[in-house]
Design a protein around this ligand. Sequence first.
Ligand SMILES: *Cc1c(COP(=O)(O)O)cnc(C)c1O
Length: 417
Amino acid sequence: MSEDGADPLQEFRARFALPRDAAGRPLVYFCGHSLGLMPLAARQIVNEELDSWEARGISGQFSGRRPWIDYASLLTAGLATLAGAHGHEVVAMNALTVNLHMLLASFYRPQGARQRILIEAGAFPSDRHAVVAQIRWHGLDPADCLIELAPREGEELLRKDDIEGAIERAGETLALVLWPGVQYLTGQAFDLVRLARTARRAGAAIGFDLAHAIGNVPLALHDSDADFAAWCSYKYLNAGPGAIGGAFVHERHQRRVELPRLAGWWGNDPATRFLMAPAFDCAPGAAGWQTSNPPILSAAPLLASLGLFAAAGLARLRAKSIELTRALEAQITALPPGEATIISPRASDRRGAQLSVRMRGSRDRGRRVHEALGARGVVCDWREPDVLRLAPVPLYNTFDEVRACGLALREVLAAIP
Ligand SMILES: *Cc1c(COP(=O)(O)O)cnc(C)c1O
């Protein structure tokens, strides 16, 4: 039997819409790290909410199959499982960068000499913009307060000893660490439990950006003791463009109503929210960080997708993901020497689905390779100046597609001098 025939998750591919070429053949879609494919169930579930709006108007808040007033709570169990958290520690809300700001507003509290934030030098620009803006918001100077840790000269990946060393060196000047679960460009996965322990030992708060981690690698946020985390849902969570994001706040902050926060009525305890009293009666747990009522039409597809994650099971998904990515790695390392260098970690437990590949030759050649792959039906992405990112996703990609990608790469590289 082929690897795909033996795959216990093979039935899930049929539950996704697969983008196709002009002849109607499915594209090899390896861009789930950027925008996950559409679960077929998403259309129905969005339609149900449109129907409810059409038929009920405002009473859709309180009636119908899924009253909107409790909609965010329908997402909690699925998100908590993926995040390795308790239900009261997670909430679906806003979008990722907004959530980073909301949580930094509470957890970046510069005091005395403790004013600095540590991030990685290659951070996703939005994360850097957010921390720089927060430092300025407090009237401080990013030149003094932002520490950016780069890999060693000539290296692509960050060593855990260097990260821990940076935390320890910053010591009592360190207010907060913001770190990715999986680095967006290199695909490097970090040991979040260890990082959180080191940061907290240094007396700093720590939050994680899980944009490329949630739905991709196993997470244990509660046990990590991190203060907070935030993510988007349109990458590995397949909730559609601009879908509702998510946040984690550790249970030790559950009743800390005194924490400064950018409050709004949706963070008010639901039991008293509609009394419309002037005072903010903070909801316990992560729910207390909500501000606005949630966007139902961008939350509904997430519900469909979380149903698929629950049915597939994270352990089985991860097991298949490791095999798929290893198979892709074998295809890439079998290319003619020097053509393509994998910069992602080579150990499965240090990476998720994605492989990042540095291409030989000029930036122009790399871009032509990327375009030629697209013309051959392989969808991956190009990050300046010279990196292809390819992510076979265990919910909908196959081993056959990995082989097809390897063949396409071989032919394209041979055709472009
Ligand atoms: C995808 C991604 C974002 C995008 O932020 P939005 O607020 O959802 O637009 C931010 N940070 C990281 C690390 C990402 O991977």
